[in-house]
Write a protein that binds this ligand. Sequence first.
Ligand SMILES: *[C@@H]1O[C@H](CO)[C@@H](O)[C@H](O)[C@H]1NC(C)=O
Ligand SMILES: *[C@@H]1O[C@H](CO)[C@@H](O)[C@H](O)[C@H]1NC(C)=O
Ligand SMILES: *[C@@H]1O[C@H](CO)[C@@H](O)[C@H](O)[C@H]1NC(C)=O
Ligand SMILES: *[C@@H]1O[C@H](CO)[C@@H](O)[C@H](O)[C@H]1NC(C)=O
Length: 365
Amino acid sequence: MKAPARPLLLLSLCLSCLSFGFAISTGYYNAIFSFGDSFSDTGNFVIMESPVLPNIPVFPPPYARCSNGRLVIDFLAEYFGLPLLPPSHSISKNFTQGANFAVIGATALPLEYFKKNNIYDIPPINSSLPVQLDWFDDLKQYVCNSTQECKDFFRRSLFVVGEFGGNDYSFAMKSGRTVEQVKGMVPTVVDALCAAVEKLINDGARHVLVPGNLPSGCIPIMLTFYQSSNKDHYDPRTGCLKGMNSLALYHNAVLRIELEKLNKKYPEARVIYGDYYGPVVQFARTPELYGFTNGALMVCCGGGGPYNYNASASCGLPGAIQCTEPNSHVSWDGIHLTEAAYHYIANGWIKGPYAYPPLISVMEE
Ligand SMILES: *[C@@H]1O[C@H](CO)[C@@H](O)[C@H](O)[C@H]1NC(C)=O
Ligand SMILES: *[C@@H]1O[C@H](CO)[C@@H](O)[C@H](O)[C@H]1NC(C)=O
Ligand SMILES: *[C@@H]1O[C@H](CO)[C@@H](O)[C@H](O)[C@H]1NC(C)=O
Ligand SMILES: *[C@@H]1O[C@H](CO)[C@@H](O)[C@H](O)[C@H]1NC(C)=O
């Protein structure tokens, strides 16, 4: 008689913690507002560019996302019991539970910065972070009517600003800048991110999550473009390019210092750092530990080459072939990650250890 009692007790304990977790997350935020690039675009690029760009890659329906499924921002919305965020350019204009301003290719710095610095290798889309903030101002009318009403609304929302910077740096590198030269851009990029966070806090935001950069040296497109015959350029534990990763590490270090300053300046707000770098490097070190039996550096949807990334047959273009088990890969298309990788990262931001502090600890304050 005694034997079954224990499993039953354990089961009921587990059920109660599950329902507790559900209770505090669902309804905690009234909305999520997201800014970013292709790591969080949930449809803006397709809406904005389909009529004008002739060779737009084919996205697997119904996602319009650069992945085989959901992104980190989608998992955050699900965890907080909110619908997947509509792109801010959607025609339905139903933004009462949030909006996503992210666009593929977006930069932290405005187009004008790149023109002034002779960095031409960037897509012709006016969608940088300052522009996304203008879109946010235009969209407020769908959720609130007065400054005070908006503040009351936004103080109960979650804001996600990023990832930003990856495109700024890779466009500069494609225009021939060295890693050391590109490091000179970091303070300017971080300033743009902090200015955005301050603007949102002044608009009423209380919880702002700011993701850092991915380890670009572990991203197959970079491994392919900046392939080297010098073994010293690679980290033997991961196979990633050390120089590119040092740029991301530097960006993330400067970002974290500046975000801490904002936390001191605005004690009523919580600015949270979301780590993409740590988990992706862990995937590269021990992919099997996370179920990535096809490794961290081999692309799922690609067209040949040492990492299965081929610029002339990249995912969505003719010649690219999609693997049969995307979630056994970290890299979906050579730039972006698979749903499985994003799911793991999202959990790390919600429950730790990949956010400072994790979202659940901020919710309990
Ligand atoms: C707006 O979206 C919410 C879900 O976010 C839904 O419950 C509601 O019915 C929608 N309203 C309209 C008018 O479509
Ligand atoms: C981009 O859009 C902003 C409005 O958000 C505008 O002020 C700016 O002039 C535009 N820049 C370009 C290069 O079109
Ligand atoms: C703004 O005010 C108008 C007119 O009073 C009202 O119909 C609308 O629902 C309000 N919008 C919001 C988001 O509260
Ligand atoms: C890359 O794709 C092109 C076009 O499909 C193809 O001709 C070429 O052989 C591919 N390169 C590799 C290394 O597979």
